[in-house]
Each structure stands twice: as structure tokens, then as C-alpha cells.
Design a protein around this ligand. Structure first.
Ligand SMILES: Nc1nc2c(c(=O)[nH]1)N[C@H]1C(S)=C(S)[C@@H](COP(=O)(O)O)O[C@H]1N2
Ligand SMILES: [Mo]
Length: 316
């Protein structure tokens, strides 16, 4: 039955070759989806369960977890994206009004090679990797998500930051015409996030452009968003329009909104409670029993050295 599912807009209509996978390959993938459970056990992407265009030529990354993956349905219907409503079920419905293509992404600030790029040209110019990551939402939910993305370090290397660049600011789309939620002043728009330059260069940080084998659904941040898996989900700015290399620590949206509750770093830390809830446990989408939350979301080996000497209770 799966092979009867017609893809939405063929990717060929929104982007030229070679980002388009041919029909035979699509059918092969759909057939592979039928053995999705076995694939999940082997640590492969379970299935392209959506109806969005498939992204070809994706390299598997050794940085992936082999834990069972969350379902596509769960992860695309339980979202935070306030530009499309504050309810977790709202973005899946309301973000239909977002037009993620054509899309311009600007890289600017303290870099030798700034520029504005068509997002699909930008995506095609990098080697894409599938990264199956634990993903931690700040409201105590977690998921395991097969992202497709560009290692952020590759982008940083190409634009050549100057010695003035100390932080990276991620600016997302603000467009009242496409985004019903921005008419209310619930947050300061546009939504902004930031990383220290060395955090941004960490091999785990990616600019995600897809999930479960396909391009990103609007509600998960189409066409391109930040993913830093050792941090709470709110660090992952969605639908990025600008990446700015700056000399001072950027003001990030949630910190502006509630500085007592959200800091700049947002590292997953079971020992520092959120003022309104414990951070010691989390619930994974699709599971009933809570799990113990792991320091740095289980990525301690890869990221702890970024924070030596930093008081993680003060710098939450
Ligand atoms: N532009 C924008 N990006 C955003 C948000 C938002 O409201 N607007 N919410 C953040 C929060 S609070 C979370 S938890 C994650 C959720 O990402 P997901 O829905 O893909 O899990 O997106 C983050 N990125
Ligand atoms: Mo969040």
C-alpha cells in the first residue's frame, strides 16, 4: 500500500537535478519502509512516512544513535513553533501557510565570505548526512529523530570567520503574511537563537534540512533549521533566514522572554531544575514511562570539553 502513496509536490518541481530521486528509487524506499521495524532495530531510518519529497545522496553518519526512533507522525504533530500558535498540535495545521520555497538564506557579519543563497542551491553544495539524534524538548519531552543535515562546521569553514567572530546568531523568518502567530506579542519577533563559535563548530551541530529521508515539514522548521542535540530543543531556531557571525553574545528569544527560566546555554542538565518543573526526567514521544534525563542529553563525551571551567548552574 505504501507504494501507492503519491508524493506531494515532486521535488523536481521545486529544485533542479540532482536533488531529485527517481521513481524507481522512491519505490525501493517505500518497500524498505515495509520492513521499518527491523530497520529501526538495526539503527537505520525507520521509514519515510510523510508525503514530502525524498532527499537523495545522504551519507550515514557514525554520530547516529541506534536507539529506536520516534514515529514520523508523533514528531511532526507535537511541535513548538509559536509563529504558528502556542499549542503543540497547532504548527502541524497552521504552518501549512508557510512557503518554504523559494527561500533565501543570508550569511553575514564577521566572515571573509558572506553571501545570500537560494536555499536549495546552498543545500546541494554540501554533503548531506543523516544524523539520528536524541532530541530534547524543554518541556520534558524527548524524541529520537533521523535528521538530514549539513554539518554546521562545514558551513563555518567555507565562510571563513574572522578573528572578530565569537558567537553565531541564528535569525528566523518573520512574516505576518505567512505566520498568523506573530500578530500577537507572545514573543519578541523574529525568533532568535545563538551559539558560541566553538559550540557551533562542534561536529554534532547541524543545519537540518530534512527528517525521515524527506525534506523538512513546515512545522519542524522548513526549509532549514538549527539542531544542537546536547541542548534543549528551544535552541533549534526554525526556518532560518540569517546566520550572523558576531562579536558579542546574542540575545536569544527565550532568554529575553523569561531570563529566570531560560539562559543562553540551554545545555540539557538533569541537575538544574527549571523554575517550574524538574529536569531530572523526561518522557519520550510514544512511550508511557518516564526516563532519566542524561547530562548533555547523553552527548557528554562529544561536548563536555566545551564547558570546562564554566559554572553550569549559573550558565544554564
Ligand atoms: N522560529 C522558531 N523556532 C523555534 C521555536 C519557535 O517558536 N519559533 N520553538 C523552539 C522550541 S521551544 C522548541 S522545543 C523546538 C521544537 O522543535 P521541533 O518541533 O522540531 O521538535 O523548536 C524551537 N525553534
Ligand atoms: Mo521548547
Amino acid at each position: 500500500m505504501l507504494i501507492k502513496k503519491t508524493p506531494g509536490i515532486p521535488y523536481s518541481e521545486i529544485t533542479p537535478e540532482p536533488l531529485y530521486r527517481d521513481r524507481r528509487e522512491f519505490i525501493r524506499l517505500a518497500a524498505a519502509a515495509a520492513v521499518g521495524t527491523a530497520a529501526a532495530i538495526r539503527g537505520e531510518t525507520i521509514e519515510a512516512q510523510g508525503s514530502l519529497p525524498v532527499i537523495p545522496n545522504v551519507r550515514k553518519s557514525p554520530l547516529s544513535t541506534t536507539e529506536p526512533q520516534s514515529t514520523y507522525k508523533d514528531f511532526t504533530t507535537y511541535n513548538n513553533y509559536y509563529e504558528f500558535g502556542t499549542g503543540k498540535d497547532e504548527p502541524a495545521v497552521q504552518a501549512k501557510s508557510l512557503k518554504p520555497r523559494p527561500w533565501k538564506l543570508t550569511i553575514e557579519g564577521h566572515v571573509a565570505k558572506p553571501g545570500t543563497f537560494d536555499v536549495d542551491e546552498f543545500i546541494k553544495s554540501y554533503t548531506l548526512e543523516e544524523r539520528i539524534y536524541r532530541h530534547r524538548c524543554v518541556e520534558t519531552w524527548s524524541a529520537v529523530v533521523p535528521w538530514i543535515g549539513i554539518p554546521l562546521a562545514d558551513v563555518i569553514k567555507r565562510v571563513e570567520p574572522t578573528s572578530m567572530a565569537k558567537f553565531v546568531e541564528f535569525v528566523t523568518l518573520y512574516d505576518p503574511k505567512q505566520m498568523p502567530g506573530v500578530r500577537s506579542p507572545i514573543l519578541e519577533w523574529p525568533y532568535i537563537e545563538g551559539l558560541r563559535l566553538d559550540e557551533a563548530k562542534n561536529p554534532l551541530a547541524i543545519l537540518a534540512v530534512g527528517l525521515y529521508g524527506q525534506i523538512l515539514p513546515n512545522q519542524n522548521g522548513a526549509p532549514i533549521r538549527l539542531v544542537a542535540p546536547w541542548k534543549y530543543g528551544f535552541k533549534g531556531g526554525k526556518s532560518l533566514v540569517k546566520i550572523r557571525f558576531v562579536d558579542a553574545q546574542p540575545r536569544n528569544t527565550w532568554q529575553i522572554q523569561a531570563p529566570r527560566e531560560y539562559g543562553f546555554y540551554a545545555n540539557v542538565n538533569p541537575t538544574v531544575d527549571h523554575p517550574r518543573w524538574s529536569q531530572a526526567r523526561e518522557r519520550r514521544l510514544g512511550e508511557f514511562l518516564p526516563r532519566k534525563t542524561l547530562m548533555f542529553n547523553g552527548y557528554t563525551d562529544q561536548v563536555a570539553s566545551l564547558y570546562t571551567g564554566l559554572d553550569l548552574r549559573k550558565n544554564f
